[in-house]
Design a protein around this ligand. Structure first.
Ligand SMILES: C[S@@+](CC[C@H](N)C(=O)[O-])C[C@H]1O[C@@H](n2cnc3c(N)ncnc32)[C@H](O)[C@@H]1O
Length: 249
């Protein structure tokens, strides 16, 4: 499934992603002068907050559009995949990542790269989707596209591991786990509601459907989800589960 990121809809219907990242930023505890890589930096909102602490931060992202949006914010950002980072060995005190690791297809390649660019004693501090993340949304979207003959579009291929699985994976790559938690984080959506969310985070899948079917799939998915995620005050809450960790080398 191709990923398609639109900085404009991300800025509008995905603003909660950086707004709710206070916890993982606290775990990062960036110090002035530290060299930090923001992996999957997106439009650079969090990269900017890290830079504001006085740390020397650079963002990297696989989407050219997102990198352009980050640079427009005055952030130093490079275009490239996490699986092949465009940096020399051992140059960062910390690698940070929010809401990006579950999108990365080559998990082992990415972890090899993170370890390679970290200095000895450096830390990898990240938050990502964890086991059970957006379960209702995934099931509803899969059911609707399958009904229309496009079952293969139901799975975006994102990776939502349990705490135990990711701990083992990090350890296999030589990381020592300092802290690692899995927690539900029901997330109130803004005015764009579930339609805005799907248009932002299922963009790749929607664009892969025949154009005349997109609106129908959106409407049917939203209708299927309403009894579970739409409340009596007219608000939508997405069923997020997060995995957050600090791992050192
Ligand atoms: C939900 S956004 C998160 C952006 C930002 N970290 C934030 O908290 O707002 C996920 C980002 O991961 C990036 N991404 C996905 N796969 C990637 C990969 N293999 N390498 C680098 N970036 C990737 C996407 O391009 C997208 O900008």
């Amino acid at each position: 499934m191709p990923q398609t990121w639109n900085p404009e809809s991300y800025g509008r219907d995905g603003a909660f992603v950086h707004e709710l990242a206070g916890g993982v930023l606290e775990w990062l505890a960036a110090e002035p002068g530290e060299r930090i890589l923001d992996l999957g930096c997106g439009d650079g909102q969090l990269t900017k907050r890290i830079a504001d602490t006085g740390a020397s931060v650079v963002g990297v992202d696989a989407s050219r559009q997102m990198v352009a949006a980050a640079r427009a914010r005055g952030i130093k950002a490079d275009n490239g995949p996490a699986e092949k980072l465009p940096y020399p060995d051992h140059i960062f005190e910390a690698v940070f990542s929010n809401a990006a690791l579950h999108w990365i297809r080559g998990q082992d390649e990415m972890l090899t790269q993170v370890r390679r660019v970290l200095r000895p004693g450096g830390r990898f501090v990240a938050e990502m989707g964890g086991h059970g993340n957006i379960a209702a949304i995934r099931v509803a979207f899969s059911a609707v596209v399958a009904r229309h003959g496009f079952a293969s579009l139901g799975d975006r291929g994102n990776y939502y591991p349990t705490a135990e699985t990711y701990k083992r994976r990090l350890e296999r790559h030589g990381f020592a786990i300092q802290k690692l938690i899995l927690f539900p984080r029901p997330t109130l959506l803004n005015n764009g509601g579930m339609t805005g969310w799907l248009n932002t985070f299922y963009r790749g899948a929607l664009d892969s459907l025949p154009e005349q079917l997109r609106e129908t799939v959106l409407k049917e998915t939203v209708a299927l989800l309403a009894p579970a995620l739409h409340d009596h005050d007219g608000r939508w809450t997405a069923d997020y589960v997060r995995l957050r960790f600090i791992a050192t080398v």
